[in-house]
Design a protein. Structure first.
Length: 156
C-alpha cells in the first residue's frame, strides 16, 4: 500500500494505531454507464478509486490527482454524492484507518484506463449489474453515484 509522505511520517510516531484522515472516493462512470474499479495489490480485492487528501489540497483536486495516479485517466468531478466516516480499514501491514470520505461522481475527459501505479493489479470498467464483490460502504458509494443523490449524509 503506497502511503502519502505526511502520513508515513505520522506513522513513525504512532505505529499501526488507528488514525483518522480526510479522503476521497471517485466513482468514475463512462459514457456507457459502467463504473471504474481497481483490483488492489494490497489485498487482491476490487475497490473504488480513492485516496487521502494532501494537507491543504482541495477535495476535487484530490479526486483528479488520485484517479490519474491510479488509472491514467483524466476526470472531471461532476457532483458530490456522499460525505461520512468509513468503517475501520485494516491494511495488510497492520495499519488501521478511518476516513472522513467525500465521494464524487466523475466523468472521463481523457486518457485510457491502465494500471498506472503499484497500488493496482488491474483496472476495469464494470456494468452496474456485473460489479464484483466490493466492501459494503464502497458498494453504497457506487449506488449513490449512479442515483440522483447529491451530497448525501447518512446516519450510522
Amino acid at each position: 500500500m503506497p502511503i502519502a509522505p505526511w502520513l508515513a511520517d505520522l506513522r513513525t510516531h504512532v505505529g499501526h494505531a488507528r488514525l483518522f484522515a480526510p479522503a476521497i472516493a471517485a466513482i468514475v462512470v463512462d459514457d456507457r454507464g459502467r463504473v471504474l474499479l481497481h483490483r488492489s495489490s494490497d489485498d487482491g480485492r476490487w475497490h473504488t478509486i480513492g485516496g487521502v487528501m494532501e494537507p491543504g489540497e482541495e477535495p476535487a483536486r484530490t479526486v483528479v490527482r488520485e484517479v490519474h495516479e491510479e488509472t491514467g485517466l483524466l476526470v472531471e468531478p461532476e457532483r458530490l454524492c456522499w460525505i461520512g466516516a468509513t468503517p475501520v480499514v485494516r491494511y495488510a501491514n497492520g495499519d488501521e484507518m478511518t476516513y472522513l470520505a467525500l465521494c464524487f461522481r466523475c466523468r472521463v475527459v481523457g486518457g485510457e484506463p491502465r494500471v498506472a501505479d503499484d497500488e493496482s493489479l488491474e483496472v476495469a470498467f464494470f456494468a452496474p449489474d456485473e460489479l464484483p464483490e466490493l466492501p459494503a460502504y464502497q458498494r453504497r458509494f457506487v449506488e449513490l453515484a449512479l442515483s440522483d443523490a447529491v451530497g448525501r449524509f447518512e446516519r450510522g
